[in-house]
Design a protein around this ligand. Sequence first.
Ligand code: NAP
Length: 482
Amino acid sequence: MDRNALATAYGLLIAGTRRAASSGGMIPVLDPSTEMVLAEVPDATIEDAAAAVEAAAKAAPAWAATPSRRRSEILRRCFELMTARAEELAVLIAQENGKALRDARGEVAYAAEFFRWNAEEAVRIKGDFAIAPSGANRIIIDHQPIGICVLITPWNFPAAMATRKIGPALAAGCTVILKPATETPLTAYALAALYEEAGVPPGVVNVLTTRKPGPLVAAMLADPRVRKLSFTGSTEIGRTLLAEAAKHVTSCSMELGGNAPVIVFDDADLDTAIEGVMVAKMRNAGQACTAANRIYVQSGIYDAFAARLTGRMLALAVGPGTAPETECGPMISAAAVGKIERLVQDATARGAKLLCGGARPAGKGFYYPPTVLADVPPTAEMIHEEIFGPVAALCRFESEDEAIARANDTEYGLSAYIFTRDVARGLRVARQIESGMIALNRGLVSDPAAPFGGVKQSGLGREGGTDGIYEFLETKYIAAAL
Ligand code: NAP
């Protein structure tokens, strides 16, 4: 494809038009299963970012004034179009991200649901009315769109992390600038075509790709019209962005890294626990913020659990995401494989036992095999860092108190998983785990109808559920003498 054709397919979206970057620069996008270039996208400059903020500012008054019923109908149409194009989008995600097609299909369904859910939420924004205790006035509580929003998303869910922000932002009446991850921008651009078709007015959603996210985002945050930063990504970049936003006291929502513990008690149903851990560990080949990072198994069930899990991991079909039989695709990059390799070597050097996997295959593609490590000691680096790959780290525990203490021994607090037949114990332990989300006897926690988010250094704010839309609304209090 020549440069002009690419600018049309994957051009920056500013004020409803597709453009090349003002510098003319392009960024190659790799297929992680072959390391070949899939396509190129524009490398936006600070001038392009300023144009996007200008477009969002110009579109903001009319979009905020659009009746919420109309905004709701447009979002519903986004859901319908996305659902109609589910397979096409899933293949694109599998190509640029490498995830198995079945995971990509699951992501598209999950991502589309943020449009349907927020179409329903758009018409249910509630205020409040009360009599002041003094009797002197009435207290009116109103909610207004927060203003222009900068949305930054990671590569591991190229569709869902974007729609989880765009859905509620548009429902709330805000205009946005999306900066998707440089490794997986094609899905964001493919979705952009769909917004236009659904009736989203020009300038309401703008999309920029860049190799220089730091300076570009800093420039956008310095514009006083930008009132919200919604970020999903690593805790490290989240901290940098919080500092940047602090300069302008910009409202921030932060969906950051995780280090999810799994606790499998002796009384767990083994089939349920194995099934749940396979999902919690292996969705997206372990590249999820909610991925099971530390698997604590009580000693009475430990050996049986380790043997069953190893069998399941060895049976997984590894290959390119787009191959129909693939269950575990490649990692996103050579650097990601390097990090996993380092963590596995560190754990085995400290005494962990390798039950399967552990050796990177030769040849093209960023592959790492499904791996199980037993008896991973508390000092191993993978106990404290996100593995972000297909490596199950098993640790033995004896008592409930010990499991809780070890699960909480981390700076992160995004998600956790508990397996037990004793529901009272499950709820008791869930209340004591320091994390924003808990899955009890299941391996999947994400749900557009539920508040997603973390505590401690896993983030600030919630996405989805009834909370999600309020991240994009400002509360206004009017003291009215009536
Ligand atoms: P990342 O390196 O933090 O990047 C996330 C996004 O931030 C990308 O778009 C990236 O752009 C951009 N970025 C990087 N440096 C920046 C800067 N200085 N200023 C502004 N933006 C900047 O994270 P990732 O590797 O893509 O994603 C994996 C991480 O995301 C993991 O830690 C995972 O746990 C977390 N995550 C959290 C959630 C959640 O909901 N809590 C969900 C999914 C993932 P470039 O691509 O150009 O670097």
